[in-house]
Write a protein that binds this ligand. Sequence first.
Ligand code: NAD
Length: 294
Amino acid sequence: MSATIINGKEISAQIRQELRQQIQELHHARGITPGLAVILVGEDPASQSYVTAKERACQETGIYSDDNRLPATTTQQELLQLIQQKNQDPRIHGILVQLPLPRHIDEQAVIAAIAPEKDVDGFSPISLGRLMLGQPTFLSCTPHGIIQLLLRSHVNTDGAHVVVVGRSNIVGKPVANLLFQKAAGGNATVTICHRHTRDLAHFTRQADILIAAAGAPHTITKEMVKPGAVVIDVGVNRVSAPDSPRGYRLQGDVDFAEVSQVASQITPVPGGVGPMTITMLLYNTVLAAKGEIR
Ligand code: NAD
């Protein structure tokens, strides 16, 4: 292997340490403890474990975590009422509604009900619109985590050609937007590929920085990567592994064993982008507590 590993766990730990300090300062200077309301509807096991991880991360960092676990039968009206309550609660600076929601609830209506100054997931039309305009806002957590990985690994995006594989609202679109903003971690030339792209490899081979967010293992193989490129693997795919205790293991979208032979820097899965997502949620909660985003 020739590529250097971009270690998401280490970078994430660094940022959390910075946040702990800021939280202490906020407390001493203004008597504020950042508060995050986490709302989970239903019993989906993956969502339960994400929510538990978020609550634990809050506690470890010094953020007040307000845990709201509701039954799958919760109506949209009841959920909207709870959000209104949290919008008005001064102890709560950020509100996170774990997605996906049960089918009878309109996700967009729920996201739009979160007050813009508490939208720490950065998924509302207001937050995403501000991101696109380059205005101060809550940046969506996974895209912001990717930018932090690049910045803190000294990867220069200025003038670089970045190819993003995937155009989802939570990863592909926002990360592409961040990368071409006039800002640190931006100023790149960005190509966005998706399922309708003809000859994906033709584009990925031109990337100085390749971001894979397709949601399928082995989407990116060695032949698709320019030697020396930086490769960020967002994918988290469960693949069957009968000998592992859980019966599965996590694999990215990139063929790590092969691609790490040609890339200059690469994120592993797990331990790359994954740890950054919750960390940037904590970051946004602290930003919300500072009251700088209105
Ligand atoms: P999604 O399914 O909403 O979007 C996938 C995108 O990839 C689509 O736009 C699709 O057009 C494109 N795509 C799929 N196969 C392709 C192919 N062969 N060629 C070109 N484009 C292709 O997924 P998502 O929500 O954006 O998530 C993507 C992956 O990232 C998933 O594995 C998900 O689990 C993971 N993810 C990880 C984190 C994290 O914190 N690490 C956060 C969010 C998502």
